[in-house]
Design a binder for this molecule. Sequence first.
Ligand code: ADP
Ligand code: MG
Length: 577
Amino acid sequence: MPDLCGFREAVRKHRRAVGRTQQQLARSVGLHPDVLSHKLHGGDKAVLTAPDVIGIATTLAGWGALVSRADVYELLDLMEVPRPAIPTASWSAPPLAALGADQDGASGGWAPPGPPRAPAATAPDEAAGHARAAARGELAEWPRLIPAPLPAPATPLIGRKRERTEVAAALAASRLVTLTGMAGTGKTRLALQVAHDLAGDFADGVAFVDLAPVREPALLATAMARPLGLTSVSAAAAEAHVANALQDRELLLVVDNLEHLLDETQLLARMLAAAPALRLLTTSRIPLRLYGEHTVRVPPLHLPGPGNTGTAAACSEAVQLFIARARAARSDFGADADELAVVGEICSALDGLPLAIELAAARVDLYPPRALLPLLRSRLAFLTGGPRDLPHRHQTLRAALDWSYTLMTPPTQRLFARLGVLTGSFDAAAAAAVSAELDPDRTLEQLADLADQSLLEVTAGETPGFRMLQTMREYALARLAESGEEDIVRCRHLAHFLTVAQSAGRNLHGPRQAEFFDRLEETYLTCGGQEAQTASGGALTITAGGRAPAGGLPHRRRNSAATLPQKEPGPPSARPD
Ligand SMILES: Nc1ncnc2c1ncn2[C@@H]1O[C@H](COP(=O)(O)OP(=O)(O)O)[C@@H](O)[C@H]1O
Ligand SMILES: [Mg+2]
C-alpha cells in the first residue's frame, strides 16, 4: 500500500527545509495548487500518479532539498513507484544529475546511469572555456543553485506603489528590465522591493547580485556566481557554470549597479539565451541597450504639490521619508503643521531625491527644519556656480553630500574619504587598515558615527560590518583624490587584503574552510583590479594553497570548482607606508 501520509509529510519537510511553498511546488510540477493539495490528501478521487511523484521528487532535487539518489528513492518507495520508472536520461540531466550517488542507488537490482552529460555551451569561447574547465575537473558535476537570501533593507520602503506595479508589469512583458535614474534616486531599493513582491511567482525564487564592488570587467561572471551559491568557480569557467546552473531555472535575478560594466553586458544577453525561463531586473544609471530591454526610469520621490502645506504635505512620499529618517536621528522628532510645510520645502529644495533627503534628515539633531532650510538653500545657491554641465538634480545631490561632509570633524572626514577605496562590505579592521589607525575602538566609534549620519550602512552579521552606497563611495573617492592621498591609501588597502588572503590560505584546509574561502573570494573580487594583480605578484594564488601558475584551490564542495583566476607574476609587492 502506498504510504500517502508518509509521502506528504516527507515532501512537506523537504520543501520547508528550502523555504518553498506548496504553491510553488504545484506550479513547478504543472498542477493547479488545489489539485496537488487534493492529490496529496487523497481527496475527491484525486490520485498521485507515478509521473506526479517523479515530478515532485525532481522539483525538490532542483531546489536542493534532496541531496542524494537515496532521497529520491525514499520518496518513490513511499508511493510504491518502481525505481526504474525514472528514465536513464533523467538521471543524466539536471537536476537529478547533480545528486550524489550512494549505496542505496546501486541497490534495487539496477545500476544508475554513468556520468552526467556535459553542459551545453552557448558560444565558441565558452565551449573552449568549458572544455578547459572540464579538463581540470571543475565541472565534474552539475552545479547546484542555492541563491542567497535577498538583502533585507533596514528601513521600510516608503511609497513607490505606482512604480512597483509598473516594474512588475514590465517584467511580465519582458525578460530584461532595467531601472534607470540618477544616483540616489532609489533604483536599488525599488529593485529589491519588486524582487520581494515577485518572489512567489518564480518557481526557483529570486537572487540578487551587487556589482558595485566588481572593479575588473572580467570578473563579472565570477561575481554573478557567488550569490547563486556557485562559489569558487574559476573566472574561466564562471560563465559556463552560471549558465548551466540557470538554464532550467525559473528565476528572477536582480543585477544591481551595472553602469560601470556596460561593455560587458553581452554576458547578460548570453545568460538570457541560455536560460529561457530566466528574467533579469537590472539597475544602471543609463540603459544597457541590449536587444529586448525594457527600461523604467525611477523618478525621485513625490513632492508636496504647490500650496500643499501642513498635513497635506505629510502625504507626500518625500516628506514621509524625511520624517522617518529624522525620527531615527531624534526619537522625539515631531513636526507640527508649520514645520511640515518647512519639511516640504526642504524636500523640494532637495528635488525629492531619497539619498539627499536621508542625509539632510540625519542631522535634525543639530539643525531643526527651520534652521536646515536656509543652510541648504545657501549651499545650493553656492553650487549653481559649479559645473554648468551638471543637471540640476546632480547639483542638488552634490550639495547634500558636501553639506554632510562639512559637518564632519576633520579626522572623520579623513576616514570617510579613505573608506572610498573599500568596495563591498568591510569590517572595522579593514577601515582601520586603510586609515592607518592603530586604535580599532576609535575606528569603530567613527564608523558608528558615520552610520548615524546615513553616510554608511551597517550590514547584518556576527561582527559589525559596513558598506557605502555606491554614490557615497564615489563622493568619498573624489575627496580622497583631492587630498592627494589616494595612492598611499590604495597601497594600504592592498597590503591589508594580502594579509587577509594569506591568512585565508593558511586556513583553507582547516575546519573553517568555508569561511576562509568566502574571505578569499571577497578579497579577489574587491581587490582584483590591475593594481592588485601587480602588487600581489601572484601572491593571492600562491597563498591560496596552489602553486602558481598552475595551482588551484582544493575542492571545497562537491559541486564547486575552486580556483582563483590565474595571475601573471608581477613586480614585487607594494608595502604599506
Ligand atoms: N522609497 C524609499 N523608501 C525608503 N528609503 C528609500 C526609498 N528610496 C530610496 N531610499 C533610500 O535612499 C537611499 C538611496 O537609494 P538607492 O536605492 O541606493 O538609490 P540608487 O540605487 O538609485 O543609487 C538608500 O539609503 C535607500 O534605502
Ligand atoms: Mg543603487
